[in-house]
Design a protein. Sequence first.
Length: 141
Amino acid sequence: MKILRFILYGIAGWCVEIVWTGFGSMLNGDVTLRAWTNMWMFLIYGLAIFLEPIHNNIRHLPIIIRGAIYSALIIIFEYLIGSFLALVLGTCPWHYNNGPFTIQGITRLDYFPYWLVAGLLFEKLHDALLKLTITTEQSSS
């Protein structure tokens, strides 16, 4: 079941990124709403599976604290993974060179609130997948 959740997180991340970049195109006057992602992002978004035990351990905390924890972790891992890919591939699949508060063009500190929301949306998806797993296990017994 972990492989399936990894795949679902990867697909969900792709979808959110497509909507996000399409919205950005709209704000920049592109009426075609051009949106994009890349294959690497599927694997990176799939790594959200490692947030599951964190979610289970911080459920009792206030929502804003949980969101801040996710946001900080996402920014840290975005930087680490981006740096690793730049080392291995010679480039990072995403570029924040033109944005404010960038760290080496790999992560943006001003994205903190967006990652906070993304982390809280992850919680909803994680809980839905847990319910699906429980329902599936009960039906097969």
